[in-house]
Design a protein around this ligand. Structure first.
Ligand code: HEC
Length: 144
């Protein structure tokens, strides 16, 4: 192989590599141009349950258990049963909306009505008997 021939082959190899990487870039650009609304990843999710009981069962029970008594194991999930911390209604509203340490925030996934519903359910079940119901308006105030 002559020296010139070798240089030509190298140049060709580089050109092919450039074309290949360019075409993969273009494929990327094309996929990036797909409107966000048609992408599989959603822009977020909201819980659809509306009653406090359904919300508790589907959202809270996983950590706080069906009897509200919580659990200790891989993590510590406090008991919500007969819980004096629920007396001041603003506190559970705040914890559900903003989260607190190991408790994730649910504010972005629940409407004001849903937060009020699950807090009212919690405060009137599991040996809790706080009859001063919170309203959607109370929840709105707690949102940051
Ligand atoms: C991923 C697990 C998890 C889920 C789901 C969860 N919690 Fe919690 N929750 C926790 C943990 C952990 C704490 C303790 C937070 C702390 O250390 O202050 C907590 C604390 C609380 C407290 C404060 C208790 C106290 O005595 O101070 C309330 C009220 C509460 N959760 C209500 C709820 C409600 C209502 C839901 C459903 C909307 C819910 N939690 C869903 C894990 C969870």
């Amino acid at each position: 192989m002559t020296h010139a021939n070798c240089k030509l082959r190298t140049a060709l190899a580089i050109a092919i590599a450039v074309v290949l990487s360019l075409s993969s870039c273009m494929a990327y650009a094309q996929s990036a141009a797909v409107p966000a609304s048609t992408l599989a990843l959603s822009t977020g999710f909201k819980f659809v349950e509306m009653s406090g009981e359904e919300l508790f069962v589907n959202v809270c029970r996983g950590c706080h258990m069906s009897d509200g008594k919580g659990a200790a194991g891989a993590g510590t999930y406090p008991s919500l049963a007969g819980n004096r911390n629920l007396e001041a209604s603003g506190y559970p509203v705040h914890v559900v909306v903003n989260g607190q340490r190991g408790m994730p925030p649910f504010g972005a996934m629940m409407s004001d009505d849903q937060v009020a519903a699950v807090v009212n359910y919690l405060r009137t079940h599991f040996d809790n008997n706080y009859q001063d119901a919170v309203t959607a308006e109370d929840v709105k105030i707690v949102r940051r």
